[in-house]
Design a protein around this ligand. Structure first.
Ligand code: XMP
Length: 319
């Protein structure tokens, strides 16, 4: 029956024993998991840790600035911020299949990361914020045949190629436990309480082809939706909430003119580990307020729908 304070001390000892005086690099994604892993490892080994933030341009509004601000300015953790938006968008051009998008992003992410790691030089260890559900969901359905449901790019591949040993202090934890550990480590609530965000980012929230224009539209709609959720005091009651941009245009009317723009779908679910999920039951007034604001404020969207599918049979993300 462990407390988080004990877990923290035990992991710190374990990390020190594993790493010795070696150097560790850790990829930051902007999410809770890699942030907690990085802060824990920094506490264990200080400046033997260097963080690498591969900014693929598929993040939410303002997220990159928050990551750099927290790690470089607040914690003083050595952080390399690589802006590779163009590289990712160029490679995503023409890709529409969800797994092809994931594979390209995962591979390119690893290439960029490896390149940066070589530049830093001499690191023998790679740290990752892998959680227990990542470990099992990436491998197989329980009791079923061994199939990959979705290829999560933060698991596998890289360490063998780079001849690095893995440091994965969160491997036994579920999301709520990672949050508790983050609080124990003094991470700001904005980070600790943040909804999970997938490695491939907005690319899997834009079914079909991903373009810069579509990412920009989606970022704006998503920011409006999340601002309304926070204003209503609902953020912490929800596991994940986000907007999805459908590559479908429908007809609408604004003022005297006809519009022909994209559809935005809103998703919000409750869950304890992301493996199953229920739809969050917003009231109708809330949803119409969000729909009105998005259509009025986000150029390129003229229709908003709410996704009422639980997991299973749906997944949380749309791709
Ligand atoms: P699904 O959509 O499979 O999502 O119900 C379950 C949880 O996993 C996240 N997710 C991902 N995370 N890389 C990630 O790092 C991925 O490719 C990926 N796909 C889904 C999703 O946001 C949810 O929290």
């Amino acid at each position: 029956d462990w407390t988080m304070a004990e877990f923290r001390q035990a992991k710190i000892a374990e990390i020190r024993a594993q790493v010795g005086d070696g150097r560790v690099i850790c990829g930051l994604s902007g999410g809770v998991d890699s942030a907690v892993a990085a802060v824990l490892i920094h506490e264990a080994i200080g400046d033997q840790l260097t963080c690498v933030f591969v900014d693929h341009g598929l993040l939410r509004l303002g997220e990159a600035d928050q990551v750099v601000g927290l790690f470089r300015e607040h914690y003083g953790i050595p952080l390399v911020h690589v802006n590779v938006e163009t590289l990712f968008l160029n490679g995503l051009a023409g890709l529409t299949d969800p797994e092809a998008k994931r594979k390209f992003i995962g591979k390119t992410f690893i290439d960029v990361f490896e390149d940066q790691a070589n530049k830093i030089g001499g690191a023998k260890f790679l740290a990752q914020g892998t959680l227990y559900p990542d470990v099992i969901e990436s491998v197989s359905f329980t009791g079923g045949p061994s199939v990959t449901i979705k290829s999560h790019h933060n698991v596998g591949g890289l360490p063998e190629r780079m001849d690095m040993a893995l440091v994965e202090p969160l491997r036994e934890l579920f999301k709520d436990e990672v949050r508790a550990l983050g609080r124990e480590l003094g991470l700001p609530e904005l980070f600790v309480g943040r909804h999970p965000f997938p490695g491939p980012g907005l690319a899997i929230r834009i079914p079909g082809e991903v373009t810069k224009a579509r990412c920009d539209i989606l970022r704006k709609a998503d920011a409006v939706y999340l601002a309304e959720i926070r204003a209503a005091g609902l953020y912490d009651a929800i596991w994940q909430a986000f907007a999805v941009l459908l590559p479908v245009r429908t007809v609408g009317v604004m003022g005297d003119s006809r519009t022909y723009d994209y559809v935005c779908a809103l998703r919000a679910v409750t869950s304890t580990d992301g493996m199953t999920a229920d739809v969050y039951p917003f009231d109708a007034a809330f949803l119409s307020r969000v729909a009105t604001r998005i259509v009025n404020e986000v150029q390129g969207i003229n229709r908003v729908t709410y996704d009422y599918t639980s997991k299973p049979p749906g997944t949380i993300e749309w791709e």
